[in-house]
Design a protein around this ligand. Structure first.
Ligand code: AKB
Length: 317
């Protein structure tokens, strides 16, 4: 990877991934591509910035040529709950956009990173210790687009030799950029609300177990996979990766260890509950561990200490 384009660079993962890539590969070698939301000063001031998105092929080609791009991280997507509210837009970004990126990659010989999700599974998938290769019949538009992206990535590698690689991310927890419209967002909001008001109303019911990961591990996962020796990759794409699995009761109890007065009640959001009920309780990520050395650093305990400390500083509390 010498010249990198991040599409979706102001999003939840994209904003931190762009900064991490700049740290590792040099500020001028990582182009931040954004669409509507204005980038932060840090993002705009630290390296090249272009208004380019996955649905605009001509602009993508212009940027790829201008910066001699050899690797595209395509982080553009509508998260699961928003995708249910706007399924046509979710298809456009999540399928047409992914196709456009792969086509540009084929033409200009770029490697591609595609983030799939636990959303690529569905109600008929085994929910416990979900295998790498298993039934995928999601019943959400988000899931449909993620399965399509996984299959397109495999196809472009086999048919055209495009070096397309990807992960199935669980819920990502970060103290920098807030997620927008995901089913797993509660696991970020709970920390902010704990610090702001010492209480939280959870939109998922007790007993809803989901895989999660702290952002530093999510960034390492993407970059390590793209750096992995291709000879060792049997799957290349759509790797299950997870760092922890918990339900709302467990994360609340972890916060209470540091904030004994913290309380939580429930007001389940029917749509988020319906989506979460079809996602794995916990995934088996053995293939990622064996094929490219996936080994997360943060569990729930370490993550909670770091989240509370960083958000306190951020909110001045
Ligand atoms: C969402 O909740 O939509 C995302 C995801 C798990 O893909 N965080």
């Amino acid at each position: 990877m010498k010249n990198i384009l991040v599409i979706g660079a102001v999003g939840q993962i994209g904003s931190e991934l762009t900064m991490e890539l700049r740290k590792r590969y040099g500020n001028n070698n990582v182009v931040a591509g954004y669409r509507k939301t204005e980038p932060s000063e840090e993002l705009a001031g630290s390296g090249p910035l272009e208004r380019v998105d996955a649905t605009d092929v001509d602009k993508m080609v212009e940027v790829v040529k201008k910066y001699k791009i050899d690797t595209i991280y395509n982080l553009a997507a509508l998260l699961s709950a928003v995708a249910e509210a706007r399924p046509q837009a979710a298809w456009n970004v999540g399928v047409n956009g992914v196709y456009n990126v792969l086509e540009v990659a084929r033409e200009f010989n770029c490697a591609v990173f595609f983030p799939s999700s636990i959303g690529a599974f569905g109600p008929s998938t085994p929910l416990d210790n979900t295998p790498q290769d298993t039934i995928q019949r999601p019943n959400t538009m988000y899931g449909v687009t993620k399965v399509a992206g996984e299959l397109l990535s495999d196809y472009y590698y086999k048919r055209f030799g495009v070096d397309a690689r990807g992960l199935r991310y669980p819920g990502i927890i970060s103290n920098v950029t807030l997620p927008g419209g995901g089913t797993t967002d509660y696991a970020v909001e709970i920390y902010y609300e704990a610090i702001k008001s010492n209480k939280y109303t959870c939109p998922l019911p007790a007993g809803t177990f989901l895989d999660m990961m702290y952002m530093p591990d999510a960034l390492d996962a993407a970059i390590d996979l793209m750096e992995a020796d291709p000879a060792k990759l049997k799957h290349r794409n759509a790797f299950n990766v997870t760092a922890m699995s918990f339900d709302p009761e467990i994360i609340a109890a972890e916060i209470k260890k540091h904030m004994p007065g913290f309380t939580m009640d429930y007001n389940p959001d029917p749509m988020k509950k319906a989506i979460a009920d079809t996602w794995p309780n916990s995934m088996d990520d053995t293939c990622a561990r064996e094929e490219w050395g996936w080994n997360p650093k943060y569990g729930l305990g370490e993550m909670t200490i770091d989240m509370l400390e960083k958000i306190r500083i951020k909110l001045g509390k």
